[in-house]
Design a protein around this ligand. Structure first.
Ligand code: ADP
Length: 553
């Protein structure tokens, strides 16, 4: 448990990341798994719609022929028993059915085949059948019933039979039986195939289509005969194969109806929706990942900042303590009368003054930083000599440089350069910070170069040292508040990490910028590049960037 607590404390960000990323990946995985399943289901669902539609059309065909044939062929058995077949005309007249080429009755007899009469709707009479393909088909179709009649086989539950041996003359037959279930003959109808193809089937398709397909998304339906030839299509121009086919029932059973979606097959539709859903999911995941990365970056920065702040407090305390200790020591020496000669008094006094100045600079930096952070920092603007500001900074550090044994090489401080509108105190503080750093980070070197020159439309003030230098990857960050190079010799030097943040702010507030060139072990050159306004030194300076403001002094 304590190990877990230690882990949480030492790696809060990594754990936080895992806590969000793992469920996110899990959800993403589940979502993908679900989408793949959905993909398969939607293919099946798409095909089920097509199958359901064909079933409905086939059923409609059965229901169109069955009841109509039952009504039309229900000829009274008495006409057969009493050999009055010609009276069947009255029965057929009353039961007008569509899609029929010929209605007929056949009475079997023991002498010969029997009688076959066809209904002639024009004369409304029954007439004997002449020799024709149709008559032959009827005779062939009746043959099994004739045989059953001869053998006196009983037919207990008479029902309709379909005879399709000749596809041009398909027949529906109703066997007629007497009271003792013996077959007397048959009533039948020869179907009109053209009517089926041109009227009945299209009617069934039109009736069922809206129940299965939304408007504008109708399917293409085809009817193929036993040879595979297309007999009917709702869209003759579309000759792509059907997605789903099935045979017809009851009549025309050698034919198959087929259907396909007009635009996209169930597979294509499912793929399209999978693609869409995948894109959506991945886009959402990418957005979430982006948000997470942003959150982590921000959190990591906050953590680093809070670490830096706590370092800062201890660093500042230490920075304040060193000069305070010196002041106290020299003060005590004076109080105890250890300064016996006027020279000693002056020497101790000078120490106290130097350390006091150092304290003032530290406090000045702190106050400036606080003002910058809160956005209250105001820069005054007056025609300023950059060299003068540099001289002020050198002045405040004079005794430190002297005591440290530094050789300061100056260049261009006495050159006649144009004055620029600037806040001289702010510039002096920035230069002081650069010089202070050069002293602090010089290592064993005791040389500092200070230069002021005009380069084009800029005045460049630089501070050069031959000290410890700064690694390349750190150079961009040293200007950030609280940032201190965390390696090597820097550990030996105390600092709060504010100096360069202030330098950059001052430079940018004056429309310029702060730069560094450095190599570890070789030294560094820090420069503040300040623009000379186009109208000369008296012209207005550029507006400060960021939160810095200026007022005219
Ligand atoms: P501080 O000096 O108080 O730490 P600064 O903001 O002045 O803070 O500097 C930030 C960091 O930049 C320093 O901690 C140091 O690591 C590095 N640095 C600044 N000036 C120099 C220099 N002249 N030579 C080497 N490193 C430097």
């Amino acid at each position: 448990m304590s190990r877990l607590a230690a882990l949480v404390k030492s790696r809060p960000l990594a754990l936080g990341f895992a806590a969000v990323a793992v469920p996110l990946l899990l959800v993403l995985g589940l979502q993908l798994w679900w989408l793949v399943r959905l993909h398969r289901t939607s293919i099946a669902a798409g095909r089920a719609v097509l199958t359901g539609f064909l079933d409905a059309v086939a059923t409609e065909v059965v229901y169109s022929y069955g009841p109509a044939a039952e009504r039309a062929l229900d000829v009274p058995a008495s006409l057969f028993a009493q050999d009055r077949l010609e009276k069947a005309a009255a029965h057929f007249r009353k039961r007008d059915v569509e899609g029929v080429k010929t209605l007929f009755v056949a009475r079997f007899s023991s002498e010969g085949w029997g009688t076959l009469l066809l209904y002639d709707p024009e004369s409304d009479t029954m007439r004997p059948a002449g020799a024709s393909d149709e008559t032959r088909a009827i005779t062939v179709g009746c043959a099994p019933w004739k045989l059953m009649h001869e053998r006196a086989i009983q037919l207990d539950s008479p029902r309709l039979f379909v005879e399709e041996r000749e596809s041009a003359n398909r027949i529906i037959l109703n066997p007629i039986t007497d009271a003792s279930a013996r077959i007397l003959g048959v009533a039948g109808m020869v179907l009109d195939e053209r009517w089926f193809v041109a009227r009945l089937l299209p009617g069934a398709i039109v009736a069922q289509m809206p129940k299965f397909f939304s408007e504008g998304k109708e399917a293409v339906v085809t009817l193929r005969d036993g040879t595979g030839a297309i007999r009917f299509s709702t869209d003759p121009a579309d000759d792509r194969p059907a997605e789903v086919t099935r045979p017809l029932e009851f009549v025309f059973t050698d034919m198959r109806i087929g259907v396909r979606n007009r635009d996209l097959s169930p597979e294509q539709l499912a793929r399209l929706s999978l693609g869409f859903n995948l894109t959506l999911t991945l886009a959402a995941a990418a957005l979430l990942a982006g948000g997470l990365a942003f959150l982590l970056r921000t959190a990591a920065r906050e953590v680093r900042l809070s670490e830096m702040k706590s370092d800062f407090v201890s660093n500042v305390s230490h920075e304040l303590r060193t000069p305070l200790a010196s002041i106290r020591t020299f003060g005590e020496l004076l109080r105890h009368g250890r300064a016996t000669t006027p020279e000693k008094v002056r020497e101790y006094g000078a120490y106290i003054e130097t350390e006091g100045r150092r304290l003032t600079q530290i406090v000045e930096n702190l106050l400036d930083f606080a003002r910058i952070e809160s956005g209250r920092k105001v820069y005054r603007s007056a025609p300023t000599s950059v060299a003068a500001a540099m001289r002020t900074a050198l002045g405040t550090l004079e005794s430190r440089l002297r005591d440290g044994g530094f050789e300061v090489e100056t260049r261009g401080l006495d050159e006649p350069l144009p004055e620029i509108p600037a806040d001289e105190d702010a510039l002096a503080l920035a230069f002081h910070n650069l010089l202070d750093n050069a002293v602090k980070y010089s290592g064993d070197s005791r040389w500092i170069g200070v230069g002021i020159e005009r380069r084009g439309s800029e005045i460049v003030a630089s501070v050069r040292d031959r000290g410890i230098g700064i690694p390349r990857d750190e150079q961009a960050r040293i200007f950030d508040r609280f940032h201190r190079v965390g390696t090597g010799l820097v550990h030996d030097v105390r600092g709060a990490g504010l100096g360069l943040a202030i330098v950059r702010h001052v430079a940018e507030a004056h429309g310029g910028r702060a730069t560094v060139e450095s190599a570890p072990g070789e030294g560094s050159v820090f420069a503040i590049r300040l623009p000379i306004p186009p109208g000369g030194e008296s012209g207005p300076g550029r507006e400060p960037s960021g939160e810095a403001r200026r007022e005219r002094g």
